[in-house]
Design a protein around this ligand. Structure first.
Ligand code: SIN
Ligand code: FE2
Length: 200
């Protein structure tokens, strides 16, 4: 299969076949029935445009108390287990890594975006983050290890998988915008991004 690179980001276009994407969406619906999407706020009280949930031992949350990983959904329920199909993708793409302890589930509507940020609430940056895109296309921007400097962008499509490790693990990245109605995977449109992470 083709692998693209921008900077140190490794992009696997159309890694997940269409039929498997459908199965994955069903699995994720079951996860969200247990641990519903919530709209996080930043520590300063601004609502994020993305809605979030998680699976695994930990979920990433943000509210007035700050950014952090929590062992339970804000409702108090345990996060559901990470679906096996996702663990398989992780094992196939990053066989030497520890197993993921979190699958963050980000849901974008047509107006959602995510500002440039680093993933830095994990304890071990030697471990990769694997990102899976489902549904509408999104413009992914990648930058540098520090804020500022030149950036590059690429459209991520349904079924694309991005591996962030090495220098990419510390690089700023974000989603500028979603292209509504660019995929038929989700009947009501929108985009799901899954990021598998080792937390501890
Ligand atoms: C993230 O950085 O957490 C999400 C990236 C994406 O939505 O593709
Ligand atoms: Fe991120």
């Amino acid at each position: 299969m083709t692998v693209l690179r921008i900077r140190d980001f490794e992009i696997h276009p159309a890694y997940i076949p269409a039929s498997e994407q459908k199965d994955l969406v069903e699995r994720l619906r079951a996860c969200l029935a247990v641990a519903p999407l919530v709209q996080p706020t930043t520590p300063r009280g601004k609502a994020m445009s993305v809605r979030m949930s998680a699976a695994g031992d930990y979920g990433w949350v943000s509210d007035a108390k700050g950014y952090r990983y929590e062992p339970r959904h804000p409702s108090g329920v345990d996060w559901p287990p990470i679906p096996d199909a996702l663990l398989k993708i992780w094992r196939d793409l990053v066989p030497d890594a520890r197993l993921p302890e979190c699958c963050l589930i980000n849901w974008y509507d047509g107006a959602a975006r995510m500002g440039l940020h680093q993933d830095k609430d994990e304890a071990d940056f030697s471990q990769p983050v694997v990102s899976i895109s489902l549904g509408d296309e999104a413009l992914f921007r990648v930058g540098n290890a520090t804020r500022g400097g030149k950036t590059e962008s690429i459209w991520l499509r349904s079924g694309d998988v991005v591996v962030m490790q090495g220098a990419a693990r510390r690089a700023y990245h974000g989603i500028d915008r979603v292209r509504p109605d660019s995929s038929t995977l989700l009947p009501n449109g929108g985009r799901i991004n899954l990021t598998l992470r080792v937390v501890t």
